[in-house]
Design a protein around this ligand. Structure first.
Ligand code: NA7
Length: 537
């Protein structure tokens, strides 16, 4: 399986870090072409995000028929999704099915976390060391580490002193958690909280939700998938996949016609209502100017606030839940199932941290400026060090001893969001500077993996073993990514897209916002032009 050199360090063509959607597909592609590949996965199973995020109500916010691999027509026909938005157990089952179907497990080393990766300039190889001290080397290193995998604890005094059970939504236990009879405190109201709150509230004796920022959410209208619908999707999968690849966000778009500000109030309301009734992330496509014009955005923001006021019976709670102060969609839009209705329950209390901040956590309570909330269980739905956290947690050293963490001190930099200059032969799947979190991740992952594999094949043909991004190309790309973001309302929000949730993180809008279709064209043109912006040796 691997070359054993005199040093006894196993040697591979490619080391892949992570066995989620990206790592599995990378392994499948490279092994199929005869590369010797080893995947390193911290968990004891495949799945990545879907392995770790097991909180009650965890569900994808992209429709399941689109949030799935397109590389195998057989797989597409063999697998049948049960719901419009698949829940975490079903997605994990799918990824396990894929791992078995393509016999992937034999090249995955589970329960193995990579601690460091160092480029050996003499040997033109990466040397990886695990946290257990095991070493391997590989010509290519593929970081399939995920964009939302480095969990983030809140910087609250005493958080670690809490004596009862504490759960982070992104590191949920494998056994179900029973909240019956419990007084639960939940910190955070992002997507993970919005999905889990209705479930926890229905079990717990009391749930107190601590909200720092209210979030916009649109209904999922989740439902079992009708067999006729499934049959129609399966019959037309190639065309549907192509539509996704050629779209802005990686799922079939709704036709966007016109600007909100050019429509009459009645026309706007009608369009918003139609999109609301359709549900899900397509809501933001109601009009073309929503994410670029503040006045247009105000109209859609107010539409959602009205929906919240109409749902939540207590007007004070409704007002606290109504997002203000940032444009709708510029923090990740949430897709909800019964979230706002949950606040009509007698056992649920909302605490507005803007008015009444948390001062500290004690072994038995959460103490705010005004009140002490005694709790038995603490749930932290406080998110992730997004896009860069999983990479900077690894001690990555490139050419001339440069550390990736140091290079990215003022914000992440990578050509095409794929390769950082000074770090040859290291590929960042859905890295910062690519559409990644602004898209259907599976579509973006397949595009990145296919592009990288084509690049490696071209190198093999030419007898080359080292690919490096040019600094000038990287600078140009990073500048363009920033300019595109500045054309939109996105930089206005304190979101994890700009790193605002992590103290000391530089404020840089990290993903490429030009859309998966345009991004794909850029990447294809680079390849067609003989890999412009890359140097090979
Ligand atoms: P998010 O979306 O980052 O949400 C984290 C939430 O936790 C958010 O409401 C934060 O408020 C809140 N938070 C974080 N730190 C604190 C402190 N110290 N005090 C109070 N509240 C805090 O993470 P999710 O896991 O929900 O979702 C991540 C993505 O996964 C999601 O967008 C989907 O793409 C899937 P803030 O808004 O920062 O004021």
């Amino acid at each position: 399986m691997s070359d054993q050199r005199a040093t006894d360090v196993p040697t591979y063509d490619a080391a892949v870090v992570g066995a989620g959607f990206a790592g599995l597909y990378m392994l499948y592609r490279l092994r199929g072409l005869g590369y010797r590949v080893r995947v390193f996965e911290a968990g004891d199973g495949v799945g990545g995000t879907w392995y770790w995020n097991r909180y009650p109500g965890a569900r994808c916010d992209v429709e399941s028929v689109d949030y799935s691999y397109s590389f195998s027509p057989e797989l597409e026909q063999e697998w049948t999704w049960s719901e419009r938005y698949a829940a975490q157990p079903e997605i994990l089952e799918y990824l396990n099915f894929v791992a078995d179907r393509f016999d992937l497990r034999r090249d995955i080393q589970f329960e193995t976390r990579i601690a460091s990766a160092t480029f050996d300039e003499g040997l033109h190889r990466w040397a990886l060391v695990t946290t257990a001290g095991e070493s391997v080397t590989a010509t290519f290193c593929v970081m399939a580490t995920g964009c939302l995998s480095a969990t983030k604890l809140p910087e609250i005094e005493g958080v670690e002193s809490f004596a009862g059970p504490t759960y982070h939504t992104g590191r949920w236990p494998h056994e179900p958690v029973d909240f019956s009879g419990q007084r639960v405190g939940m910190i955070g109201t992002g997507s993970s909280a919005i999905q889990s709150i209705p479930h926890i509230a229905s079990q717990a004796e009391r749930l107190v939700v601590f909200q720092r920022t209210a979030n916009f959410a649109v209904p999922a209208w989740n439902r079992p998938l009708d067999p006729d619908y499934i049959a129609a999707v399966k019959a037309d999968y190639p065309a549907r996949r192509e539509l996704c690849r050629q779209s802005q966000a990686g799922f079939p778009p709704s036709p966007v016609e016109g600007n909100a500000l050019e429509a009459t109030e009645e026309e706007r309301e009608k369009r918003f209502q139609e999109h609301w009734d359709d549900g899900g992330l397509r809501f933001l496509g109601s009009f073309a100017d929503i994410l670029i014009d503040q006045a247009a955005n105000d109209t859609v923001s107010e539409f959602i606030r009205q929906k919240i006021r109409a749902t939540v019976k207590d007007p004070v709670t409704a007002e606290i839940l109504s997002p203000k102060g940032y444009p709708c969609g510029t923090k990740r839009l949430c897709v909800d199932i019964g979230y706002f209705e949950t606040y009509n329950r007698d056992n649920v209390t909302l605490v507005d941290l803007r008015a009444n901040p948390i001062e500290r956590i004690t072994p038995t309570s959460i103490v705010t400026a005004d009140e002490t909330y005694e709790i038995d269980t603490l749930v932290l739905a406080t998110g992730f060090d997004a896009m860069t956290g999983a990479l900077t947690q690894i001690d990555i050293t490139g050419v001339a001893g440069q550390k990736l963490k140091e290079k990215w001190r003022n914000g992440p930099r990578a050509y095409l969001g794929l390769v950082a200059a000074g770090f040859p032969n290291m590929f960042l799947i859905t890295g910062p500077g690519s559409p990644s979190v602004l898209s259907n991740m599976v579509v973006s992952i397949e595009q990145h993996v296919d592009w990288v594999v084509d690049c490696l094949e071209k190198m093999r043909e030419n007898g080359q073993t080292e690919a490096a991004a040019d600094l000038a190309a990287e600078d140009g790309w990073v500048e363009m990514v920033a300019q595109l973001a500045d054309f939109t309302l996105f930089p206005k929000a304190n979101s994890w897209y700009v790193g605002a949730n992590v103290e000391g993180k530089p404020r840089v809008f990290m993903p490429y916002i030009g859309g998966v279709q345009t991004y794909r064209q850029h990447c294809d043109l680079v390849a067609l032009g003989g890999y412009e912006g890359f140097s090979f040796s």
